[in-house]
Write a protein that binds this ligand. Structure first.
Ligand SMILES: CC(C)(COP(=O)(O)OP(=O)(O)OC[C@H]1O[C@@H](n2cnc3c(N)ncnc32)[C@H](O)[C@@H]1OP(=O)(O)O)[C@@H](O)C(=O)NCCC(=O)NCCS
Length: 184
């Protein structure tokens, strides 16, 4: 759950105006289209193209659930009204793990390397610190995803473990690296 203070207008490395804001239920259709695009544009995510099968109603419910919980959020990056990047964080729901959660991040391929992934991650971390109760942010990333790992390291994330051969991508076994950042 966020608030109006989350909306920001930023400029990417190519001078494009990027709006960051929290996802709303009315974004369900563009979010579904975005996921289908990013699943086709890289093999670094967990799904093969076409595997993401949520309906509009399910996506609305997912966004609504994230908006309704204080420890979860989905932030979108838009350029000219088009969804070009997204980050979603889901926090724990029990007293013993409410301080911790995991996120997923993706940016449309034509927009890679323009600073948008960094903007989304920074905005999510500002929000997480602002909650006052989230102290641990983690993710899993394919070990061959050097761009993403460089991005996370640049923000202070450290490797915490490795899930050997957790994925099979185009016939190759791929390890997942678990990374975490402690927010005091
Ligand atoms: C990983 C991803 C989110 C990065 O987003 P991005 O908008 O391209 O990243 P940015 O332009 O904000 O780059 C931020 C940092 O990432 C690193 N980085 C980005 N691209 C890189 C590359 N090709 N090689 C090495 N480092 C790279 C750099 O540390 C960069 O720092 P800089 O700002 O000092 O140059 C994006 O490439 C993506 O969506 N990839 C496909 C899906 C995916 O892999 N998601 C992450 C799953 S864990």
């Amino acid at each position: 759950m966020g608030g109006p203070g989350l909306e920001q207008q930023l400029t990417d490395r190519h001078g494009r105006e990027i709006i960051l804001r929290e996802a709303e239920e009315g974004d369900a259709v563009p979010v579904l289209a975005f996921v289908r695009h990013v699943d086709r544009e890289s093999t670094f995510l967990s799904r093969e193209p076409g595997e993401f099968a949520a309906s509009e109603i399910q996506e609305r419910q997912h966004i609504s659930m994230l908006r309704g919980r204080t420890g979860s959020i989905m932030l979108l990056a838009l350029h000219d009204g088009e969804l070009v990047g997204a980050i979603d964080f889901s926090g724990g729901t029990r007293r013993r793990n409410v301080h911790a959660g995991e996120f997923g991040l993706s940016v449309r391929r034509p927009y890679w390397g323009a600073g948008i992934g960094g903007m989304l991650l920074d905005a999510m971390l500002v929000w997480a610190r602002g909650t006052g109760f989230i102290h641990k942010v983690r993710l899993r990333v394919q070990d061959r995803n050097v761009a993403a790992i460089a991005l996370y390291r640049s923000r202070g994330f450290e490797e915490e473990g490795r899930l050997a051969r957790e994925m099979r991508v185009d016939g190759e076994w791929v390890d997942l690296v678990m990374m975490g950042l402690w927010l005091p």
